[in-house]
Write a protein that binds this ligand. Sequence first.
Ligand code: PEP
Ligand code: MG
Length: 883
Amino acid sequence: TKWVYGFGNGSAEGAADMRNLLGGKGANLAEMSSLGLPVPPGFTITTEVCTYYYDNEKSYPPALADEVAAAMDKVGETTGRKFGDPDRPLLVSVRSGARASMPGMMDTVLNLGLSDGTVEAIARESGDARFAYDSYRRFIQMYSDVVLGVDNHEFEDILEEYKERNDLTLDTEITAEAWQGIIEKFKALVEAELGKPFPQDPQEQLWGAIGAVFSSWMTPRAVTYRRLHDLPASWGTAVNVQAMVFGNMGENSATGVAFTRNPSTGENSLYGEFLVNAQGEDVVAGIRTPQDITEKARVEAGSSNPSLEALMPEAFAEFRSYCTRLERHYKDMQDLEFTIEQGKLWMLQTRAGKRTAKAALKIAVDMVAEGMLEEEEAVFRVEPGALDQLLHPTIDPKAERDILSTGLPASPGAASGAIVFTSDAAEQAKGDGRKVILVRVETSPEDIHGMHAAEGILTSRGGMTSHAAVVARGMGKPCVAGAGGLRIDYRNQVINVGGRQLKEGDIITIDGATGQILAGEVAMLQPTLSGDFGTLMGWADRGRRMTVRTNAETPQDAKVAREFGAEGIGLCRTEHMFFEGDRILAVREMILAETEEGRRAALAKLLPMQRQDFTDLFEIMHGLPVTIRLLDPPLHEFLPKTDEELKDVATAMGADPELLRDRALSLEEFNPMLGHRGCRLLVSYPEIAEMQARAIFEAAVAAAKATGAPVVPEIMVPLVGLKGELDLVRSSIEAMAKAVIEETGAELTYQVGTMVELPRAALKAAEIAESAEFFSFGTNDLTQTTFGISRDDAASFLGTYQTKGILEQDPFVSLDPEGVGELIKIGVERGRSTRPDIKLGICGEHGGDPSSITFCESVDLDYVSCSPYRVPIARLAAAQAAL
Ligand code: PEP
Ligand code: MG
């Protein structure tokens, strides 16, 4: 096995397609180097070393040391330097680089190789002692924090104290001699904390840093990030060791990051930020507010800080040419890092840029127009889940705005909530059902859980590429960053802004489109979808095989779903139609009635309501298929709970409240989800199915007359495990159809089918299909019954299963392809064996989950059905699965 791959000087041992082995960063550094771009020479230690490391009690493959030494010598040759050399020392950076980018999750060490000896050589050589000692102190700080575990704040305290004592505000005011004094204090701190001196041997430093990168793969924050993004731990990270270039070598040096297109809007113009005389991490860390790269962006931002284009026109022109070249080469928008060392440009990274859904759509559609992509390729450039972002609300332009301050519009969408200052407080509030805005000076990877819990994120420091901005965009959360007008006082839990003071719990609104921060809650508008959305969805629809339906029972939901492109209703949960107003009363009457007569009286009250509901749905769906499921009420959701509720039902029924209480108690079940629900209720009380069937058929006749579009209702029987259950309910439905046909003289076509949501139904699908014209896989219950895990109680322990690696994903969110999936496969095969043209769909929550949709395509279902807002996601995911 080869463990180390070198690059630099116009060639490389690796390439872009070796991302699994070299990680994203390493693979792209190799590719850029082969393309002849100026990349500082270096080498990548493969992800297989990481795997080996964890499989072998944190040890390395025996051959690794020699391979690293040889690769280091090669870097030395290319640069005319030598690692650890007292005269021409080679300094390197050591960075992580996994297959998928994990922004800010992993550790980096810069300036490695500096020591008491080599720092003097660097000072001599650069003729800039201040630069040399500043780099050395940065190295001690970073290395101690990342590798030795000495908290960075302790170093910052020493620095702050020095500045205060000498009346200085900026680091740049500190002289070379002063840095030397501070370095002594830093080293003393390390020795006091660790009981041994800061390592002076470059080899020891190197292996310490390599070990730290591999260890960082398993830090809690990295584990959390992988869990949130469904990345397997088995991938491992690579380590990139690369010759240092310095953006902090004076005023003709700089460092920056850029996107080849605007990552927020998708606009086709170079977009980025840089700092003069700074080192890479300064830009991302958001400590100084960066300047725009292009004149265009500077002018648009109304900034008086000069652009890179104006300051260093030659380096800028060269950089712009690489941007164009890399974008064409990768056929995708790139996110780049660069450094200019004394006027010479160096490329440090390129990768596919993270972008908002809006930008992803625009870029995909534009690139087709530019001839860079085919339509089919473009369909893959938008992640289905990201479409969620487009459905975010924006602030009503007509609303009054009480503007507190303005920051950078870092991530789109608007959100209102109460101010909280810590991520723990955000998480707590979310648990209590309160909406909050997380307000921080800046965010760090430790804030991921709080950012997830918050409606939006607001920071007072940092640019468009700061941690807060990048992470919020990835999450699709509104974010306003770098709002310098806010003075955030953590200690007193207040924000001072323009003479006003806000405290924790006060409601604010942030507008990720303009960067405005507004007092109070502000009216929002629901989003409308852009032309790009329609274009891309059109391409997706052309590539799609499965139909996409929606789960809807209200006219409002049905309309929204139609606008999003739903091609019918795959699940109308009739029990959900009874939650509102006094309908629940009639349902309770029916449930609590002791006699058939009593039940029929209650059902008679429900009939006209149901008929109207179904007529509305049929009319909205205008000839598209509509699947109506007969009543499936887990009884505990419907029984009266309070005395008040009990009294209401008693009055309505003219019954004795005390007797009714006894009846209610007698209906209580130990396991309601496995109890008297679904078709079991219909078997006990056929009059329920009769009433619903009548309502459906009468509505079908009425709607067909009103719209002129034929209505073919699909009546679905829930929770069937035995063919006999279905047969019994089916016979009531057929009898009712006959009756309605006779009464109305209308023609009536309909289908009867069943949910497959119990393992027995899947196993006996061949037999059940004799009585079912369609199956709809109810994967919520099928997951519950296959795992034997209560869907209502799973949340309290499944999280632990994920952190302990027993389950990679929550099976109630993302279909378990092996277990539940196996049952679906069996159901499909056996169902088709008796009825080859049986219609097959899915209507559990999984019907809107992209990876589950991929599974549905693989087992050849006819349609998926999901909640209205997920319909676009399902359309795109179905297309990607089919293409
Ligand atoms: C299911 O079980 O997957 C389903 C769609 O039905 P419900 O969620 O209503 O039980
Ligand atoms: Mg169910």
